[in-house]
Write a protein that binds this ligand. Structure first.
Ligand code: GTP
Ligand code: MG
Length: 332
């Protein structure tokens, strides 16, 4: 499992700038006005000793309106999904009551916290940090997300308690023969992942992995087909066939990313009836980024008119042009 790191803080402190640096993406929107990031954003990254998953959040301001409530909710969810939180504050603006509000959230919901004083380029560290001791989140670390100062040092600290679980390289022949191909099945809720998995495993096999698990654990199911060994990594939770339709799946991006990380091949399931959604596009983008072999399966192909089918095909071409080399299959 990769460590999961949430970036939280009041608006405009530089969370997205740090996220982009930690994931080497230019994806997260960065701008000079507060409240730009509304939804949590997820990415793979590696700065420092081990790879991780980073979560960018919208800023919590400490006000009371509807949007604020949403942001607090988002932040709490990110904290619950994460192993560690980096709380960002602005070294130029100094300590604010919104920072105290964020610190209180972190103390309540984070498993482990680090305090980073951002925008500290050209400032004296001791002076930049001084007033933030009052937050009670330990020793502040002065950084500059925009300039890249002390980011490596911050990540060394943040990741110090985690171990890398990258597979050891083995090159013996027996290892190659016994090698199980690891396949993750990912996709939005109720696109039909569980049904597909039950099919792959065979009708007769009684699979009762009905324990809800946590939102971040996926289930691994070994199986054999034509004398080859496989491990299916299920992110939906496999249920008894009769109950598949009764369950409402809880979608967890972290779980999907962990599964992608652990797999060699990813089967991404889309719902033809709903077309290609924003979530599909970002999930597939992350599969590509990790360089996994990809099979895009468009499910629920039955019952679509010829016209609708053509539209879905066009949609796939248009929205996922970067998937040219991926295997594409339509099923029902
Ligand atoms: N001087 C300086 N400016 C920075 C630094 N990091 C970020 N900024 C600037 O601060 C502004 C806000 O940065 P964002 O990364 O969008 O901040 P955010 O915390 O994600 O903001 P919200 O998503 O709106 O909550 C941008 O203009 C950044 O360029 C830094 O290290 N130094
Ligand atoms: Mg942001």
């Amino acid at each position: 499992m990769l460590p999961v790191i949430a970036l939280i803080g009041r608006p405009n402190v530089g969370k997205s700038t740090l996220f982009n640096r930690l994931t080497r993406s230019r994806d997260a929107l960065v701008a000079d006005f507060p409240g730009l990031t509304r939804d949590r954003k997820y990415g793979f990254g590696r700065v420092g000793p081990i790879p991780y998953i980073a979560i960018d959040t919208g800023g919590v301001a400490g006000g009371e309106d509807g949007i604020e409530e949403m942001m607090v909710e988002q932040t709490i969810r990110a904290l619950r999904e994460a192993d560690v939180a980096i709380i960002l504050v602005d070294g130029r603006a100094g300590l604010t009551s919104a920072d105290e509000h964020v610190a209180a959230l972190a103390r309540r919901h984070a498993k482990k916290t680090w305090l980073a004083v951002n925008k500290a380029e050209g400032l004296n560290d001791a002076i930049a940090n001084a007033e933030f001791h009052a937050l009670g989140l330990g020793e502040p670390i002065a950084i500059s997300a925009a300039h890249g100062d002390r980011i490596a040092a911050l990540m060394d600290d943040v990741l110090s308690s985690f171990e890398t679980d990258e597979p050891e390289v083995t090159d013996s022949e027996t290892a190659a023969e016994d090698h199980e191909l690891r396949i993750a099945v990912v996709g939005r809720p109720n696109v039909g992942k569980s049904t597909l998995i039950n099919r792959l495993l065979g009708e007769d096999r009684l699979v009762v992995f009905d324990q809800p698990g946590t939102t971040r654990d996926s289930i691994e199911v070994p199986f054999e087909r034509d004398d080859r060994k496989y491990v299916l990594i299920d992110t939906a939770g496999i249920r008894r066939k009769a109950r598949v339709h009764e369950t409402i799946e809880k979608f967890s991006v972290v779980k999907a990313l962990q599964a992608i990380e652990q797999a060699e091949v990813v089967i991404a399931v889309l719902d033809a009836q709903e077309g290609v959604t924003e979530q599909d596009v970002s999930l597939l983008g992350l599969v590509m980024e990790r360089g996994r072999a990809l099979v895009v399966v468009t499910n629920k192909w039955d019952g679509l008119s010829a016209d609708h089918r053509r539209k879905v095909r066009e949609d796939l071409e248009r929205r996922l042009p970067f998937l040219d080399f991926a295997e594409r299959i339509t099923i029902s």
